[in-house]
Structures are given as C-alpha cells and as structure tokens.
Design a protein around this ligand. Structure first.
Ligand code: PMP
Length: 406
C-alpha cells in the first residue's frame, strides 16, 4: 500500500507553517515527533469532557477517565505484543522508565561487585541511572564498544558477559547513527547466562516492528512523544516475573494496598509502580497516537520511512565535504554528518534561517562523541510525514551552506 503523504501531512497542523519566511522542513524527529490533530484533540477532550482523577472515584467522570486510561494500557500491550496489560507501566518517558528499572531492579537484586553491561552508543538516560547505582551500591558498569562504522561487536559481547553480569541495557536504534542493533542475538546470548535484558526503544518503537514476546526481552522502554504522542508520558514494559519481584520505585497514593505505621503493603501490578496521580491526559493522548499509527498500514510506514532514509543518504553523498558519522550496514531513520571543517552549530544555525529544523550537538551521547573524536554532529531524522521534495531541498540548502562556510 502506498502512503498518501500529502494527506498524512494535513493531519499534522504544525507542518504547514513558514519559519523565517520559508516553508518549515522538520527533520528533528529523533528529538520529538509532531502530533496529529487526533492526538491533540484526544488530550484536549480529556480536559473538555471528562477530566477527573482516576481510579479512586465512584462518580461518573472518574469512571469514564479511568476506563479511557486503562484502555490505553491494553492498547499499548497489544501494540508491542505483551503477554498482559499488567506488564505495562506508565511513566513520564524513557528516562523515567530507565531510572525506575535501575532503581527498583538495583535495589532488589544488585550488590557490590555485580556488573551491568551497556554500550558505547547509549543515550545519557541509559548511562547515568546505572552510574548512580555504581555510586550507591558499588556495582560496576561495563561498556560494549562501538566500531568506527557504528556497530556493536556481538563477539565482544560474549566475552563481556560473566557470572557477575546482572543486567544488560542496550538501545534498539542509535539516536545518533540510526544503527539497528542486533538485539535479538544479544538477548539470546544474555539469556544463556540467565541475564535479563532491557531494550531502550525510544528511537525504535515507531520505526521498526516491536514484538516483546518474540524478542523475549525482559524490559522494553519508550516515550510517547517520539511516536506522535504527547510529552510527559512513556512506558516501561517488563515481564511479569520481574515486575512482581522488584521493589516499587516511588511511594505514594495508588501504589499501596494498605498503609499503616506498623507496615505498608503494596498494590498489585501494574499499580505498584504508578505512585501518585499519573499523567492520564497524556496517556490517553498516547492511546490516540497508537490509534493513528494503526489507521495507516504500518508495514507501509516502515518501508516508506526506510526508503526515504536511503534516498536521503544517496542524495547527501553528493554534497562536497560531507562526512557521515556512523555507517552501519543495518540502520534507518537518522543521518548524522559533518560538513567540511564547519562546526555543527554553524551549519544548524544557517539551516534554520532557511526553514530547516535539524539538531546539532552531542545528542546526549557524549561517550559516543568521544569515541568518534568529535564534539558533535548535525543530525537529520525522518518521519513518515517527510517527503523526497524536502530531502531535495535539504541537499540544495546544504550545498549552499557548505559554500558559505567554505
Ligand atoms: N534513549 C534514546 C535512544 C533517545 O533517543 C532518547 C531521547 N532522545 C531517550 C532515551 C530519552 O527519552 P526521553 O527524553 O523521552 O525520556
């Protein structure tokens, strides 16, 4: 099925504006995606029609709101093919999901000398929470290196896993290079030694098929705002056997069974991990984003995005002085580059004046930048509302910018 990009673009009101007098070209989708009208309306409708705190009410509005919130839990479970909706924990986003996991899993199972394996291409949000555990509990973070092409070495991974390894946490797709990591092999290898694996799906959930049951990952985390949903909402998927065992992250209302000064007991899954009033409007908005994605044929979205990425790569190769950061065989959706000796910030600023939204900097992946020996990159990242014409315009603009900066 071919996608009607013109029609899809009409669903995203923000895209039709001009910036500095030029039509906006939004290529910063790895940072956050734009929202279709249906998502904006779904969130607004909560406040317009049935805003009420969830779970605790006996009254009509609270019941409507609770039902809408819990329906999304089921929707998310189906979306990633989880075994049950009890395995879906709503969080503020990927960052909070990783912090929840490191804190709760760490507090329950990790002790001094235990090791957690990360990779050199992780986003800071999948590095720093584990480093906090190093400080707090004396665990050790081990790092799987990235090759110059931007790939992980599965053989090296085998050598890194030992009887001390208690967790492997790896990104599905690199937010800098677009590398699609061999997570299925990594999960299989880790499981041979009974080590659980967390996958950071922030850049993957909307670009490739995600089936947690088939992957057999123990945890999978992602953010609503990267998949056309609202900000401030995300997901931690965890296998029930783990979620049942690990201690709660935060204490407060809703996560309890019975509170007493003589001792408190906790609520069942998933509520044990959802202390306080959640961002129910955001969750309901994320449900609308899933509905939106499902109204389009997902296979067509994935292949369109990948074709657009390959088209952009080929076209961008013609730009004088361009150097790509990350050239993995298996990659998608993100292109990081440098233009001659120009600073990424200068390139980004000039592009902005021409109406382009691209990100520049270290992309919250400083260890990867250090490895590559660069301070940062310019990053173009694509979504299915982007078009070939926009790519052509970017290539033309980059030629101009390159000539200007010399
Ligand atoms: N991991 C990856 C791979 C990401 O790209 C991002 C967002 N740039 C995050 C984690 C953090 O996501 P959030 O800021 O939504 O918590």
């Amino acid at each position: 099925m071919t996608l009607d990009i013109r029609k899809i673009r009409n669903d995203f009101p923000i895209l039709s504006q001009t910036v500095h007098g030029k039509p906006l070209v939004y290529f910063d989708n790895a940072a956050t995606t734009q929202k279709p009208t249906s998502v904006i309306e779904a969130e607004a409708d909560v406040y317009r029609k049935f805003n009420s705190n969830i779970h605790r009410g006996v009254h009509h509005l609270s019941n409507v709101c609770t039902e809408a919130y819990e329906e999304v839990r089921k929707k998310v479970a189906d979306f990633i093919n989880a075994e049950s909706k009890e395995e879906i924990i709503f969080t503020k986003g990927t960052t909070e999901s990783v912090n929840l996991l490191s804190s709760s899993f760490g507090g329950s199972f990790l002790k001094e000398g235990d090791e957690v394996i990360l990779t050199e291409m992780e986003h800071h949000s999948n590095i720093v929470p584990w480093q906090l555990l190093e400080k707090r509990q004396g665990i050790k973070v081990k790092v799987l290196p990235v090759s110059d092409k931007g790939e992980l070495d599965v053989e090296a991974f085998k050598g890194l896993v030992s009887f001390r390894t208690k967790m492997v946490a790896v990104t599905h797709i690199s937010n800098v290079m677009g590398t699609i990591n061999p997570i299925r092999e990594i999960i299989e290898l880790a499981h041979l030694k009974d080590v659980p694996v967390m996958i950071d799906g922030a850049q993957a959930i909307h670009h490739v098929p995600v089936d947690v049951k088939s992957l057999d990952c123990d945890f999978y985390v992602f953010s609503g705002h990267k998949m056309y949903g609202p900000t401030g909402v995300g997901v931690l998927y965890g296998k029930r056997k783990w979620l049942k065992e690990i201690q709660p992250y935060q204490g407060g209302g809703e996560m309890i069974d019975k509170v007493a000064f003589s001792g408190t007991t906790y609520n069942d899954l998933p509520y044990k991990f959802e202390a306080g009033t959640p961002n129910y409007a955001g969750v309901i908005g994320m449900g609308a984003a899933i509905d939106y994605l499902l109204t389009n044929d997902r296979e067509s979205i994935w292949s369109y995005e990948h074709e657009l990425f390959e088209y952009a790569l080929e076209k961008m190769k013609t730009i004088p002085g361009i150097r790509f950061i990350g050239e993995a065989e298996n990659r998608t959706s993100v292109i990081s580059f440098l233009l001659g000796n120009s600073h990424p910030f200068d390139v980004g600023t000039l592009l902005d004046k021409l109406g382009f939204a691209l990100r520049t900097g270290h992309h919250c992946a400083q260890p990867l930048m250090d490895k590559m020996g660069i301070p940062g990159t310019v990053r173009a990242s694509f979504a299915f509302y982007n078009s070939r014409e926009e790519v052509d315009r970017l290539v033309e603009a980059l030629n101009r910018v390159g000539a200007m900066l010399g």
